[in-house]
Design a protein around this ligand. Sequence first.
Ligand SMILES: *[C@@H]1O[C@H](CO)[C@@H](O)[C@H](O)[C@H]1NC(C)=O
Ligand SMILES: *[C@@H]1O[C@H](CO)[C@@H](O)[C@H](O)[C@H]1NC(C)=O
Ligand SMILES: [Zn+2]
Ligand SMILES: [Zn+2]
Length: 301
Amino acid sequence: MAKNLLYLSKASFLLLIQLLAIQSGSFTNAKRIPEFPKSLKDVEESQKGQRVQGLREVKHYLNKYGYLNYEDSNNFEQDEFDEALKVAIKTYQTFFHLKATGKLDTDTIKQMSMPRCGVADIINGSLTHPQFTFIPGEPKWPHYKHHLQYAIISSAIPNVNLTEVKKAVKYAFGEWAYFSDFSFEFTDYVGHADLILGFHRGDHGDGKAFDGPGGALAHAFPPTNGRLHFDADEIWSDSSYRIRSNQVDLVGISMHEIGHLLGLDHSRDELAIMYPGIAKGQIKRSLSLDDRDGLLTLYGS
Ligand SMILES: *[C@@H]1O[C@H](CO)[C@@H](O)[C@H](O)[C@H]1NC(C)=O
Ligand SMILES: *[C@@H]1O[C@H](CO)[C@@H](O)[C@H](O)[C@H]1NC(C)=O
Ligand SMILES: [Zn+2]
Ligand SMILES: [Zn+2]
């Protein structure tokens, strides 16, 4: 059946996914979180000193990704463009190599509208390395634990079947294994697994709720936690090189999230797998020099 999906019209394709989701009983989340970028048009071109409806959502977005914090959390519920917001936007712009205007200009809005990894870019407001970064405290796998077993356990059914998911993540693990002394092996026994991958939808119990289609695509926890979650509300590609303009690349995003599992944080290098943003329809499936440098620096030769 999955093969025939390719030949269906877009509308029936989406309907089918919904039907599959309803069948799985996981489409019952009545309250859906709207896709963040919808309200962005209203705040475009706003700047310090203004009050524009929708700015509070920008504040929540910047807070979620590590750029903004207020001592008084009431500020998050106000549409005031204040100094703290300006500073946060400047840091955000610096991270993404945009002009640091401190305004919500078009390029910044475009960047914020792009699907991305759900893990924060910076913690405690500092950009410690020029390109690749480590998770604060530099957690990593101990040297005697470089053979890692992974299991796949989902609470929601995505648009790709388990066979395809296994193929995609096997490829992704293989790329990291090739450039490191890590090895990875699939296991059916959760009790044996060091890493647990799976698809989830909305609030799934780890305090990092997914946001529906677009926005955050996936997230993973640092060593030695081992959890990697994909947002089941995205339209995922399969493991082949055919990717449609509305799909997100399961292989590439798996590679990115595996980087987090191994202890890497986001890179500002757009070519790096550890760069946090990825457009729909974009394929990026090779580790850059920056990714390899990051891992080498963290683990030694
Ligand atoms: C899984 O999906 C692939 C590609 O879409 C398809 O070739 C395969 O037959 C599917 N497998 C099952 C068990 O449905
Ligand atoms: C951030 O800074 C606070 C206060 O300086 C500190 O308690 C906290 O551990 C830091 N968080 C991380 C993740 O480094
Ligand atoms: Zn990430
Ligand atoms: Zn999660």
